[in-house]
Write a protein that binds this ligand. Structure first.
Ligand code: GLU
Ligand code: ZN
Length: 316
């Protein structure tokens, strides 16, 4: 069993991230498995200076440990490049010159908040060799989504079915270079598959905001001849208004809780209670949660974090 923690240093880690890491870590550790720490730092220009170091402090503060890593995505460009070449050899991808506003303008149907419109297929008639004629314009590489999207048996939600032709359509595996830059970067979808496979990850626990990514990643596993992990998507932490945790809900950064003197055992107690492993919010250390961990007791609904609950662990 190998699991992973995969923070993105695009900002601070907050209480929502901590809950997902807790479930991911306990799920693997309670069965004697290993943990890989991977830093998903290819999301420039959103990567923030100092956020990587801060993520280590945050994880250690709560008592998380890992057997391998930190592995930085920015050090693994050759591997991602090699995967793109494999996809190109099989004509599974094509160069796309559409800008974001081209795609927005062509979109007919309303779309999910985080997903963006369905790519209308404007460039789908291109072949890989047509890249030669595009030397003067920026382009990304898109994966051709087949008629049937893969369904999967999620470890928390059960059988899950998402039709990619209705969610996003052909998706980007290699991004358009940023203005003024000559080098381009892999998209999250490609990097995460190459990494999870190379790092031997057998279980991916993550927030259910990433559900639409999973059929895409399964297509990439298939295309690259790799074995996918077990996917487990857990509900997010939301604010009192039901929207995912964000600045408008106040400061829930782990670093802020720490600086305000909140004890990590209190936060763990709150999160363990929210997952149904404790009947009351009481201090507990990570090790003591190992025998209490159950995926089945985690509520299906998002966890609503209120100022009142934060007050009960000594914050605010
Ligand atoms: N780095 C992503 C995040 O922090 C997680 C990606 C994943 O779990 O696949 O949201
Ligand atoms: Zn296009």
């Amino acid at each position: 069993m190998i699991g992973r923690l995969a923070p993105s240093p695009t900002g601070a880690q907050h209480v929502g991230n901590a809950r997902t890491y807790l479930i991911a870590w306990l799920s693997v550790r309670s069965r004697g498995g290993r943990i890989v720490l991977r830093i998903e730092d290819i999301d420039s220009p959103r990567v923030k200076p100092g956020a990587e170091q801060q993520a280590y402090y945050d994880l250690q503060w709560l008592g998380f440990d890992w057997d391998e890593g930190p592995i930085l995505q920015t050090r693994r460009m050759e591997e991602y490049r090699a995967a793109l070449v494999q996809l190109q050899r099989r004509e599974l991808v094509y160069p796309c010159t559409c800008t974001r506003s081209d795609v927005d303008r062509a979109a007919s149907a309303p779309h999910l908040e985080h997903e963006g419109p369905v790519y209308p297929g404007t460039c789908a008639g291109r072949r890989v060799r047509d890249e030669a004629e595009l030397a003067h314009r920026p382009y990304c590489w898109r994966f051709r989504v087949p008629a049937e999207s893969p369904t999967f048996l999620d470890g928390f939600r059960g059988l899950t079915r998402i039709d990619l032709r209705q969610v996003g359509g052909d998706f980007v595996v290699w991004k358009t270079p940023l203005p003024g830059m000559t080098t381009s970067l892999p998209a999250y979808q490609l990097a995460v598959v190459v990494d999870d496979a190379a790092q031997g990850v057998t279980e991916v626990v993550r927030g259910d905001d990433l559900l639409p990514s999973t059929p895409r990643q399964l297509l990439l596993y298939q295309a690259l001849g790799l074995t996918p992990p077990q996917f487990v998507h857990v509900p997010l932490v939301v604010g009192p208004d039901g929207r995912r945790l964000a600045k408008r809900h106040g400061d829930t950064r782990l670093s802020s809780l720490r600086e305000a003197g909140v004890r990590p055992e209190m936060l763990l107690g709150l999160l363990a209670w929210s997952c149904g492993w404790l009947t009351a919010i009481e201090p507990i250390v990570l090790r003591e949660l190992l025998p209490l961990f159950r995926l089945e007791t985690i509520p299906r609904e998002p966890f609503v974090l209120t100022p009142e609950l934060l007050g009960r662990i000594g914050y605010g």
